[in-house]
Design a protein around this ligand. Sequence first.
Ligand SMILES: *Cc1c(COP(=O)(O)O)cnc(C)c1O
Length: 786
Amino acid sequence: MIAPPTTVDGFVTEFLLNLAQDRGVTLQDSTVDDRYLALVRTVRGHLAARRLETERAPRERKTICYLSAEYLLGRQLDNSLLATGLEDIAAEALAACGVDLDELRAHEIEPGLGNGGLGRLAACFVDSMATLGVSSIGYGIRYEYGIFRQSFENGQQVEHPDAWMRGGSPWEFPRPERARIIRFGGAEDGWAVRAVPYDFVVPGYRSGAGILRLWSAEALEPLDLPAFNAGDYERAVRAKTFAENLSKVLYPDDSSPQGKELRLQQQYFFAAASVGDVVDDLLAGGGTLDDLPERAIFQLNDTHPVIAVPELMRLLIDEHDLGWDTAWAITQRCFAYTCHTLLPEALEVWPVDLLRRLLPRHLDIIYRINEEFLLTVRERLGEERVAAMSIIAESPVRAVRMAHLATIAGVKVNGVAELHSQLLRDAVLPDFAEFFPQKFTNVTNGVTPRRFLRLANPALSALITEAIGDGWVTDLERLRELEPFAEDAAFRDAFAQVKAGNKKRLNDVLRVRDRTEIDEEHLLDVMVKRLHEYKRQLLRLLHVVDTYEGVVSGRVAASALQPRAVLFGAKAAPGYVMAKRIIHLINAVAGVVNDDARLEGRLRVLYPANYDVTLAERVIPAADLSEQISQAGKEASGTGNMKFALNGALTIGTDDGANVEIRQLVGDENFFLFGMTEPEVAALAPAYRPGESVDAGARRALDLIASGAFSGGDRSVFEPIVTNLLTEDRYMVLADYRAHADAQARVDAAYADPDAWTRAAVLNVARCGYFSSDRAIRDYQERVWG
Ligand SMILES: *Cc1c(COP(=O)(O)O)cnc(C)c1O
């Protein structure tokens, strides 16, 4: 094998060669783009070598085939340099060439092939599998346009297409020889597209590699030449346009299913291509179909890929001539299902009519799976349970419940945090938990320490390594060894300086990116995540408005405020009207509050547009306070909460998702808990009348908003928000208002003692090693993959 350069000189040679051969320029004539692409080429050579090495290793182990419609990867350059151990060599080599590495870093566009937490989790998992040396392949869709780029016009969200591939997609390896044909429709009205895979190498930290194989849709015949020759140019390319639409754009929805035909087409497109790819590989390697369960498991990241279940059945029966029982016995051992939600409206269902038109054979297979399953239900639990457990819902229209299909077919079903897994058993799928008690398990989510600590927070990483060595990068529980340092005044000082430095680093980007900055002396209070009513950005905002009102009405002296910068970052699904209104309100409040001299600059609201992984990596290490304030019982896990705690922010949070586990680990005294618990929410829900006993602070905030104070006197603009809270308030913002405000007062009091605050922050870091995605992957190996 060609050994890639591992010396500075070798790296320089390779880089210049790539500039000349790939870009056709000399260093003197090169643009930033040329230099960036030549650097990627150089690093990619190492990834390719790493991958060949991994592939040559004996392959008798089971391969984890992770099926996910989303991968929110973030930038690749730094992670690739870190994983290959080339950080210093590349930096020196580029410096020797007079090239600014930071400029090239900033030039990279992150592939935003996901919406938020679910897609980011998939990216963390492929990183951890590669690092742990788990034989793995991630399958997904190579969306030409990822999650939209957000900007604000007059405070309102505007969506722009995310052309992440403009200027090429230099990290990928196209694999046209592995292309497959995917067929839709029935025998008479069928049509087909070609699925072409592009591989990203997922480098493990210092060793190992996995593959992320993303499918792109192409027409079988790119051009209808007779139509073209006849002058009908539109018809000539119609098939091409039609086919390419399949992988054209990511659905920008989070926590709500889309229900659109194109979405189902996307799901089947990538599920069928992936299952076919795995089966072909098995057979090509001399395996038999009976071996499949020993050689591969398909981990279903939510219900989006569940159509892979009937697809495997179809493949085994129609194309490989197995009998139903044999095929079902194999299929039942090849899938496992991760549920990501608690919102009943977020459970995917597909109308039977749509499936009959698009995938008639699969509908037949689903019906038969259901028939046989319901026979046993009838026998064991009785007729009265049949309707609730059927894969087919009868109203409002006949539809296939994908979560039921996944649960019946899967070896295991897991939730993503302890509380979530419990609610999954008790509330979301209780009949199934009774029927298949051994299937249900929990794997609490995690995040990769490489990206979210080692890369995002270089100064803290260096401080930790100085204290306890660098073993934590692949064994995050070693952070425990930091605990004694919480009592070490010199360490606390150094830790506080790291935080201060990270605020400067954040300002370096905010100034360029958003022409704004935080006051580096302020407590940095951060709420970054998708905009959704259940996450309750409004709860945070009402308290900001209440604080503002207190000062301008003269009830509170500005000098009495703990100076704070409250930073929001969030995209809203383009069709989610209320979420977009909330974005508008946050920006409107920011405009008024930041301009009002009466606050003496002691309260600032910032809302940098386009929250993405790149921004997350700057914001999170700088944060003092992490807002995790969803209504209890609504956030399945959260992973943002973990990133913040690992970077030494204290959490103000409800007893929801993985907040529960964070609090148990860091200790009540190092966490600002508030609000109703899930059982309290459930108990209050039937009789909740939000308008009847509104807290005085919340009332003042609502009145000020309703008065038009943030909309130039126009009372109509935000009236729907106020009315909704007072009459419906589905996520009980008002019921938790006082508890939240009191907890914020506790935050202020705690921050007034910087040394004690830092001690708590150090303990958060030291005690959150559990939230590594490496640990999560080990849990999957033990509890799910066998
Ligand atoms: C981690 C992450 C999320 C998930 O955040 P939650 O607070 O868990 O919802 C969403 N978007 C980006 C860019 C992230 O990095």
